[in-house]
Design a protein around this ligand. Structure first.
Ligand code: PHE
Length: 333
C-alpha cells in the first residue's frame, strides 16, 4: 500500500464514520462506534499497521493523516456521547413533566370542634396564669362526687345533680368538682389547678340541656386567699375570653361545698345579664375532709360549662347542635 492508497482508505473510513455515527442515538450505540473505529482492531487502528510497510520518506506524511483521522473521530465520539446524554436527559424530563395548570383534587379541610376550641382557649388563659391541668375519672364514686363535697346522702342539694347511677355508690360524675378532692387528697397546698372534663346528668335533651356536657373547674388553695382574689381571677378571665367592654356581677348562690357561694353574670351594656358560672370560697368542711387545715389555708373554686361559653361566644341557641355532627354547623367555626 502506498501513501495515496492509504489516504484513500482514510477517506473511506471518514465516510463510514459519517454514516454510522448518524445512526447512533443512545450511549450503547456510541460505545459500539468507539470499539468499531478506535478499538484494538478498529477501522482506524488497523490502518496504523500499514505505516511500517510504507517507504520511510512517506511515513511522516502518512502518520499525520492517520493521527488527524484518529483525532477527528475521537473528538466526534466525545461530541456524540454528550449529545446522546443530553437527549436522554431531555426525554426523561419531558416524561416526568407535571402539568401544574391541571385543577387539583379538592379535599375539605378538617377543623377543631367548637367545644375543643373553647376548652383549649380557656386552658391557655389559666396556664398562662400558672394553673396546671388536672383530670379525673368520669365514672366516680358517690364519695368523691358528693360526700367529700359536703353533699351527704340525704342532702336536698342532690336534687340539683340528677345522676346516672351505675351501681350502688358508683355513678357517672355530675360535675368536675370531684377532681378537686382527688388532687387535694394527693398533694399539699398550694394547689392551682384547672380540671376540664365531661359530665353527665339525667336531663332530657332540649335546647339548653344535654345528658353529656363539659365543665371546666378551677381551684386555687393557698395561704391568705380571699374573695378579692377570686374576683380578680374572674375579671381577668372575662376580659381574656370575652374581650373588653363587659361588665361582671357576682351575686349570692348556694353550693354545699363553697361558703360563701356565688353565681357570676356578665353583660355587654346595654345587653342583658348572662350567667356564666358558679363559684365560691371552698367550704372549710371540704378542706378538713381532704386533710388541709382551714385555719392555715383558704381557697376558691369555680365551675363553668364549656357549651355555655361556646353558646355565648357564637350566639348558638341550641346545645344539641354541638353533638349532631352536622358539618354545615361545624364548618362555621
Ligand atoms: N360543681 C358545680 C356545679 O356543677 C359548679 C361549681 C364549681 C360551683 C366550683 C362552685 C365551685 O354546679
Amino acid at each position: 500500500m502506498d501513501l495515496a492508497e492509504l489516504a484513500g482508505r482514510c477517506e473511506e473510513v471518514r465516510k463510514e464514520w459519517a454514516r454510522a455515527s448518524a445512526a447512533a442515538h443512545d450511549p450503547g450505540a456510541v460505545e459500539a462506534l468507539r470499539v468499531r473505529f478506535l478499538g484494538r482492531k478498529g477501522l482506524v487502528t488497523v490502518l496504523f499497521d500499514h505505516l511500517r510497510a510504507l517507504p520511510p520518506a512517506d511515513r511522516a506524511e502518512a502518520g499525520k493523516l492517520l493521527n488527524a483521522l484518529k483525532g477527528e473521530i475521537a473528538a466526534a465520539l466525545e461530541g456524540r456521547l454528550a449529545a446522546v446524554a443530553q437527549a436522554a436527559a431531555e426525554a426523561r424530563l419531558q416524561a416526568e413533566r407535571y402539568d401544574l395548570t391541571l385543577p387539583g383534587t379538592w379535599r375539605p379541610l378538617g377543623r377543631l370542634h367548637p367545644l375543643t376550641q373553647v376548652r383549649r382557649e380557656i386552658e391557655e388563659i389559666f396556664l398562662r396564669m400558672g394553673f396546671d391541668i388536672a383530670t379525673g375519672p368520669e365514672v366516680e364514686t358517690d364519695y368523691y362526687n358528693f360526700e367529700a363535697l359536703a353533699i351527704g346522702p340525704d342532702h336536698p342539694a342532690r336534687d340539683d345533680w340528677d345522676s346516672f347511677y351505675l351501681a350502688d355508690g358508683v355513678l357517672l360524675r355530675t360535675h368536675t368538682s370531684p377532681v378537686q378532692i382527688r388532687v387535694m387528697k394527693s398533694q399539699k397546698p398550694p394547689v392551682r389547678i384547672l380540671c376540664p372534663g365531661r359530665c353527665y346528668r339525667r336531663d332530657n335533651p332540649d335546647a339548653t340541656h344535654s345528658p353529656v356536657f363539659h365543665q371546666i373547674e378551677l381551684l386555687w388553695v393557698e395561704k391568705g386567699l380571699t374573695m378579692a382574689h377570686l374576683k380578680w381571677i374572674l375579671e381577668e378571665f372575662v376580659r381574656a375570653f370575652f374581650g373588653p367592654g363587659y361588665e361582671m356581677r357576682i351575686s349570692a348562690d348556694f353550693f354545699p361545698f363553697t361558703e360563701p357561694s356565688a353565681q357570676v353574670h356578665i353583660r355587654k351594656p346595654p345587653g342583658r345579664w348572662l350567667e356564666i358560672m358558679g363559684a365560691g370560697m371552698v367550704d372549710p368542711a371540704v378542706l378538713t375532709e381532704v386533710g388541709y387545715d382551714p385555719e392555715e389555708v383558704t381557697g376558691f373554686a369555680f365551675g363553668l360549662g364549656v357549651e355555655r361559653m361556646a353558646m355565648l361566644r357564637w350566639g348558638i341557641e341550641d346545645i344539641r347542635l354541638f353533638y349532631g355532627n352536622d358539618v354545615r354547623f361545624l364548618s362555621q367555626f
